[in-house]
Write a protein that binds this ligand. Structure first.
Ligand code: AMP
Length: 172
């Protein structure tokens, strides 16, 4: 299998000084690398695929949509404010400085639908926790979460808690 982790590159001081940004675009640009990364992310969900993978804007869309195709499930977007056209549920959450908001279509899935949350990078875990709260608010059964890369130093896994399985294709 292609060594897709070696395709991820560190970009220092982006988007601001002190942040080391994990640039996953070279993985996407490599046909074998992209396929291998998706195969790794899909593996935990083969046995019991969810009704949908829920992708978090923007890079989460890429992985969630590819997983949905790989496992023949639906795809549902969680978006930044003001982007979704129909009625939404919103969730506000605190950032280190300030706050942010995510939205999901209120009727995106029937109540009780099993979903897996997807993003590219797990850092502090705030984004994934916000998506968890949103999906629960529309009645979904969140059975797991999948990220391509977990930044272990930031301890997002501890903040995530233990009741919903969290799978990281790469821990670094
Ligand atoms: P957090 O809410 O702190 O877990 O941050 C996760 C979100 O921010 C994800 O949507 C990531 O795409 C993005 N993110 C945070 N830190 C990084 C990083 N070092 N490199 C790339 N993306 C990041």
């Amino acid at each position: 299998m292609t060594d897709w982790p070696s395709l991820i590159r560190d970009i220092p001081d982006f988007p601001k000084p002190g942040i080391v940004f994990k640039d996953i675009t070279p993985v996407l640009a490599d046909a074998d690398g992209f396929a291998a990364a998706i195969a790794t992310m899909a593996a935990p969900w083969h046995a019991a695929p969810p009704a949908a993978f829920v992708g978090i804007e923007a890079r989460g869309f890429i992985f969630a949509a590819a997983l949905a195709q790989a496992l023949h499930t639906g795809f549902v977007p969680v978006r930044k404010p003001g982007k979704l056209p129909a009625r939404t549920q919103v969730h506000d959450y605190a950032l280190e400085y300030g706050s942010d908001r995510l939205e999901i279509h209120a009727d995106a899935l029937p109540a009780g639908a099993r979903v897996v949350l997807v993003d590219d990078v797990l850092a502090t875990g705030g984004t994934l926790r916000a998506a968890l709260a949103l999906c629960r608010r529309i009645g979904c059964d969140v059975v797991g979460a999948s990220v391509l890369v977990e930044l272990q130093a930031l301890d997002g896994r501890a903040a995530w808690g233990a009741d919903v399985p969290l799978h990281a294709a790469l821990r670094g």
